[in-house]
Design a protein around this ligand. Structure first.
Ligand SMILES: [Zn+2]
Length: 472
């Protein structure tokens, strides 16, 4: 329903498109920023100051309520509890959750309707589909309270980044509000009434770079909300042109894994800190960046477990959300990995800190010797004169490093890139380089680090093989 404004804006000329976007924004604000939002925001200002003990008690109360609701109103949890002889009252604290199995995306795909609550949720209920980069798309149901919950948490993240309502914001994310074939600027629109400049992440081409930077300079936002890849593309372009920096108060990134090299470029070009927000499409867990720069599990968002994964030596992000009563997920494996060892943060919040978010579990390639290798962002870590890059795999044991070179890119740079890839993928893996002028954005305008065209059998079969190797 809320995509209507974007759809109209794609068809209409700029002034009318801006009216449509403004109307869409007004409607969204009416839905998401009402009394429930204000109440929850006030609550979150309080819970972020709770002691560890009080926070645990607060979480447990929410957990007990959602467990009771799940048992009473969903087919899946009624069956699960009954078949295992668990009573809702047996699950009182985070530790008790271990009685339940970890839920995977495959479980959800198998019987999506059984997680839907028959009663006891709020209205209206919105249905949204995943981008479906691998396999069948997942349809997620959320009631209005769940949407308000998300919105209040993101609003607090913006506050941690120093932004205050009324200040100008620029937005460079996945909204498709321009025709994809448009070849002339402007590739941005003002959202009337919200002091927001929306920039398209589908038109990031070298020829349009100066226009994007100019639009930002003229708008003078204090905050930029963007995909890491889009913000880094702008930042790198600005630095490469040798322009003077474009100072902002903060950049808030989300929806893709933020790489260290992207962070450095964004901070240099925009002369401000980056606040990364990790969320999930299924809305089960969040990791935010506080005002002191600490990376915290957002403990008043849901119950987040970091579960060691023996097969890969990393930790999985497993979340239980109490915010969405329309579609209940307990102990859901979000499919992302994180380093659980965080630095202590001086902010004093009881929210635990974590290390780097290591990205999607499916961001892997299969090497010639059958290994399943992730964390491929390292291949590009020390690369120079690269605007952006990704890895394409069409057959096991073969990869293509596809990249957008900057002026001055030499054979040496290319060799360095190849050897960084060989270091991780082994000398038998065939590596080809492909320089292009633009990298295609995937669904929702995101830039995928790994584009894998392997069948799930090719990926899954080999993963099993690796598991056995490790067990031996
Ligand atoms: Zn902190």
């Amino acid at each position: 329903m809320l995509g209507v404004a974007d759809r109209l804006a794609r068809r209409w000329p700029a002034p009318m498109a801006e009216l449509a976007l403004g109307a869409g924004a007004w409607l969204r604000a009416r839905l998401r920023e009402g009394r429930a939002f204000r109440r929850l925001s006030a609550e979150l200002a309080r819970t972020e100051q709770l002691s560890a003990t009080d926070l645990e008690a607060w979480q447990s109360a929410h957990l007990r309520a959602i467990v009771r609701h799940a048992y009473a109103h969903t087919v899946y949890y009624r069956e699960l509890f009954d078949s295992r002889g668990i009573r809702p009252a047996d699950i009182r604290t985070a530790a008790d959750l271990a009685q339940l199995p970890i839920l995977t995306k495959a479980d959800l795909r198998e019987r999506p309707d059984d997680f839907r609550a028959r009663r006891g949720h709020g209205w209206p209920v919105f249905v949204d589909g995943t981008s479906g980069t691998s396999g069948t798309p997942l349809r997620v149901r959320r009631d209005l309270a769940a949407i308000v919950h998300e919105h209040a948490h993101v609003a607090r993240q913006l506050r941690w980044a120093g932004w205050r309502p009324g200040q100008r914001r620029a937005w460079l994310r996945g909204d498709l509000f321009l025709p994809i074939e448009q070849s002339r600027p402007p590739f941005w629109r003002r959202e009337r009434g919200r002091a927001l400049l929306k920039l398209s992440s589908y038109h990031l081409k070298e020829a349009h770079l100066a226009g994007y930077l100019d639009a930002l300079r003229r708008f003078r936002p204090s905050l930029l909300q963007a995909y890491p890849s889009s913000a880094a593309w702008l930042a790198r372009g600005l630095l490469q042109r040798g322009d003077s920096p474009l100072p902002l108060q903060a950049v808030v990134t989300s929806s893709e894994t933020l790489r260290a090299d992207q962070r450095t470029d964004i901070e240099r070009a925009f002369q401000c800190p980056v606040f990364d927000w990790y969320g999930t499409f299924e809305r089960v867990a969040a990791i935010g960046t506080c005002d002191r720069g600490g990376r915290h599990v957002v403990s008043d968002y849901g119950l987040t477990e970091l579960v060691p994964d023996a097969a890969t030596g990393t930790h999985r992000i497993v979340g239980t959300s109490w915010a969405n009563r329309a579609w209940v997920l307990l102990r859901y494996d979000a499919g992302d990995r994180v380093d659980p060892h965080g630095l202590p943060c001086p902010c004093g919040r009881a929210f635990p800190t974590v290390g780097e978010i290591q990205g999607r579990q499916d961001d892997v390639v299969i090497t010639a010797d059958g290994r399943r290798v992730g964390r491929l962002d390292h291949v590009f870590k020390s690369a120079e004169r690269l605007r952006e890059a990704q890895i394409v795999q069409r057959r096991p044991g073969e990869v293509i490093l596809r990249f957008v070179p900057e002026a001055g890119f030499t054979v040496k740079d290319r060799e360095r890139l190849e050897s960084a890839a060989i270091e991780r993928l082994g000398p038998e893996t065939r590596i080809a380089c492909e320089a292009v002028s633009t990298l295609e954005r995937g669904p929702r305008g995101k830039l995928q680090l790994v584009v894998s065209e392997l069948s799930s059998e090719e990926r899954g079969g080999i993963a099993q093989h690796v598991d056995q190797e490790i067990r031996r």
